[in-house]
Design a protein around this ligand. Structure first.
Ligand SMILES: NC(=O)c1ccc[n+]([C@@H]2O[C@H](COP(=O)([O-])OP(=O)(O)OC[C@H]3O[C@@H](n4cnc5c(N)ncnc54)[C@H](OP(=O)(O)O)[C@@H]3O)[C@@H](O)[C@H]2O)c1
Length: 306
């Protein structure tokens, strides 16, 4: 199979495109012929070696859509030819490839009305947004949430889901993306380069911070007493708040079929629409990583694999 992979850690230039052996399905797994795979914020960090040890060659990528090509022993709820999508097991990479093997129990069927590209763009972002808003922050109708980093993939899903839940949604983004996040349903938008959001936002029930970095304490500053903030760009632990009347949370984004089916349900119901997508071929992985690593783009970067 063709794949985009690395055989050492480094910059985007270490990404190679070439032939690797086809995977086989172990017990409980299926082999998927990948049609589309998306780029996530974690991928360039894995490539750069920030996630530690790896076995080389390492195929990058976490979420995908495609069709079942082979069944391992014990798989009886999928059949060869089924269109499926999903996210690889936590800690596993390997979606930037024409084929991958994955546990059948953690992938879901792709409906005909959703394209491989769109559902690959929605898989890990949707899973992360659903787990963060529904299971972690337990966002409720009538609450106010600040979403930091509004133009990216996770945020695009989160803004729409928060509106669907019935929350008031305040979003930070750069000037060129303000109309985009308004179009996703943001009630109030803040150009974070022109305005310090802590000066104009206060008394939020919840914050979803996907920016991380040095400004994380600002996410606590805009909360009401008893408010809660969830962080997905600040490492494996939530940062410690500098006040003791708020809660800091790190969503545990597990892999399971149910939240993937919930993504399909939300899109089918018209509550969430797929993000703006920029398409690449696997042979252009270095180019896609340069843009992802810049952290200034809109929506999702997706490989059209076949
Ligand atoms: N399971 C997990 O824990 C999990 C899963 C998925 C993603 N993540 C993490 O979540 C973060 C978001 O991921 P992503 O894939 O949605 O997007 P991303 O690629 O990390 O971020 C791109 C977006 O961030 C915005 N941005 C950058 N700096 C900003 C700032 N200071 N304030 C506001 N917005 C800013 C950019 O918009 P502008 O151009 O408008 O600045 C851009 O649209 C990443 O750090 C990723 O690693 C974690």
């Amino acid at each position: 199979m063709k794949a985009a992979y690395i055989d050492r850690f480094g910059g985007p230039e270490v990404l190679q495109y070439g032939d690797l052996p086809d995977p086989t399905a172990a017990t409980g797994e299926v082999v998927v012929d990948v049609a589309a795979a998306s780029v996530n914020g974690a991928d360039w960090r894995v490539r750069a070696g920030q996630y530690g040890q790896a076995t080389f060659p390492l195929v990058l990528g976490r979420d995908f859509s495609g069709s079942v090509a082979a069944l391992g022993a014990g798989v009886d709820d999928l059949k060869v030819g089924d269109a499926v999508f999903g996210v690889l097991e936590a800690g596993r990479e390997g979606a930037y490839a024409e084929k991958l093997a994955v546990k059948a129990a953690i992938i879901a069927k792709k409906p005909d009305w959703l394209s491989h590209v769109d559902v690959a763009a929605l898989a890990l972002t949707g899973l992360t947004a659903i787990v963060t808003l529904e299971a972690t922050l337990k966002l409720k109708r009538g609450e106010t949430i600040l979403i930091r980093g509004g133009a990216g993939g996770v945020a695009g899903f989160a803004i729409q889901l928060a509106k669907h839940i019935g929350a008031r949604v305040i979003v930070t983004a750069s000037a060129g993306n303000l109309d985009y996040v308004r179009g996703l349903g943001a009630d109030e938008v803040i150009d974070y380069n022109a305005q310090d959001f802590v000066r104009v936002v206060s008394n939020c029930d919840a914050v979803f911070d996907m920016v991380g970095g040095e400004a994380v304490q600002k996410s606590f500053a805009v909360l009401r007493p008893g408010g809660r903030a969830a962080f997905i760009a600040s490492g494996p632990q939530a940062p410690k708040p500098d006040r003791d009347d708020v809660t800091a949370l790190r969503p545990a984004v597990g892999r399971a079929r149910a939240p993937l089916e919930r993504i399909v349900q939300l899109v089918g119901a018209g509550a969430v629409r797929p993000p703006q997508v920029t398409l690449y071929r696997l042979s252009q992985a270095a180019e896609a990583h340069r843009l992802s690593q810049s952290r200034h783009f809109r929506g999702k970067l997706v490989f059209q694999v076949r």
